[in-house]
Design a protein around this ligand. Structure first.
Ligand code: ZN
Length: 397
């Protein structure tokens, strides 16, 4: 997908359109409440599907919008719900379903509502009886390209500025399976370690770990201060707010770091003509972790979900397939002799004499498992792993 943006000067029509879309959004929220009430507050994947069909018929057509623009809001709402359930499944307890009323929302036009008139004018239909939106196009606007590739047009409001986003569908075709396969181990020490059959790359987790530590420190030190205050007192509220503001900032920095790492990784895959990325799924197999580590574990599960999600969408844009497989035994199997035993420190050492970076072994085996070769000795001698560090400033404590 590629997007081209075009700034628009403010008119009441633009505001009316996005306000109308906002109203449809609120309508979706209310209709979902009605549905849940009628069905005894059941929420689940299967139910959502029939709710979606039902909602489609219920939505009023009173807003000055194209019927497909209205439908898009409904599907956006359900997409949000789906995203929320996925986050929850990946251990993010704080994730919430969409619930907030919105006064304004981005309006979307699908292909059938978009028409180019001549070379300089665009007509966006808002349904029968409603005034369409006419937009003058700049001289350098390639109408022919737009006609061939346009997927949707969005009316976006950001910081006082309205703009039209032309979203072009130029997703590359999926690369064939014959091309390279890379295994990814997502770990607690390093967010990602990858292996493509020859090279092992470690995406160093030092920076992100330091943020985890800082996060725990902030929780502990504020927790102590908060415990000393009277609950719901002025100072108590002040500290609670301060604490969460701080934690949010750290979480953003962690998210940023993961963004940088995954971008780097996907770029590396593209230049190495990788067709498939295989990620080992660790959810559910680390249940025997001791209690003191619970809080950290949750955070790591969140990070796992985040890394998977980031890699998935970035890879998809480049036409690279992403597969998630069960990673059991991938950390224990020796790539050289195929025997299984638990590694007990950062370096994997086997009785057969094989020794390698522990997460590197994970990545090698995830790749092997995907190929159906787990336990089959790898013939080639392993190159020592290469490390990639984030070039980010240390955050101030
Ligand atoms: Zn061995």
């Amino acid at each position: 997908m590629r997007t081209r943006k075009l700034k628009l000067s403010y008119t009441i029509q633009l505001e009316t359109l996005n306000a109308g879309t906002g109203s449809v959004w609120v309508e979706c929220l209310r209709l979902k409440d009605t549905w849940d009430y009628a069905h005894g507050y059941r929420t689940g994947g299967g139910v959502d599907c029939s709710c979606e069909l039902w909602m489609d018929k219920q939505l009023s057509k009173s807003q000055p919008l194209h019927s497909q623009s209205i439908q898009e809001v409904r599907s956006r709402y359900f997409k949000n719900r789906k995203g929320f359930r996925k986050l929850r499944k990946n251990g993010d307890k704080k994730a919430k379903p969409p619930y907030r009323d919105k006064t304004f929302q981005t309006t979307t036009w699908k292909k059938s509502a978009i028409r180019f008139i001549g070379n300089r004018k665009l007509r966006l239909s808002n349904g029968q009886g409603n005034e369409p939106l006419y937009v003058k196009l700049p001289k350098n606007f390639d109408v022919q390209y737009a006609i061939a590739h346009i997927a949707i047009v969005e009316l976006v409001y950001d910081k006082g500025q309205y703009s039209l986003h032309f979203v072009y569908g130029v997703e590359k075709a999926l690369k064939s399976d014959g091309e390279g396969i890379v295994g990814v181990d997502i770990g607690e020490i390093h967010p990602m370690v990858s292996h493509n059959g020859v090279d092992t790359v470690i995406f160093n987790g030092r920076y992100i770990r330091s943020l985890y530590r800082l996060r725990n420190k902030v929780i502990a030190s504020y927790g102590k201060k908060i415990d000393r205050c009277k609950r719901h007192s002025k100072r108590w509220w002040y500290l609670v707010k301060r604490k969460w503001r701080y934690i949010k900032k750290i979480d953003n920095q962690i998210g940023d770091g993961l963004h940088k790492h995954t971008t780097e990784f996907v770029k590396l895959c593209e230049s190495g003509s990788i067709g498939t990325i295989v990620i080992g799924d660790l959810t559910g197999i680390r249940d025997n972790i001791d209690y003191g580590k619970r809080a950290n574990q949750k955070l790591h599960q969140w990070a796992f979900g985040k890394v998977t999600q980031l890699i998935s969408y970035k890879a998809k844009a480049l036409g690279i397939k992403v597969e998630v497989i069960d990673e059991s035994y991938t950390s224990q199997t020796c790539p050289s002799c195929g025997k299984r035993h638990k590694p007990n420190n950062r370096e994997y050492t086997c009785k057969c004499g094989f020794t390698y970076h522990r997460d590197g072994v994970g990545a090698i085996n995830i790749r092997q498992k995907y190929l159906g070769h787990l336990g089959v000795p790898v013939a080639a001698a392993m190159a020592p792993p290469v490390g990639i560090r984030l070039e980010v400033p240390r955050c101030s404590a």
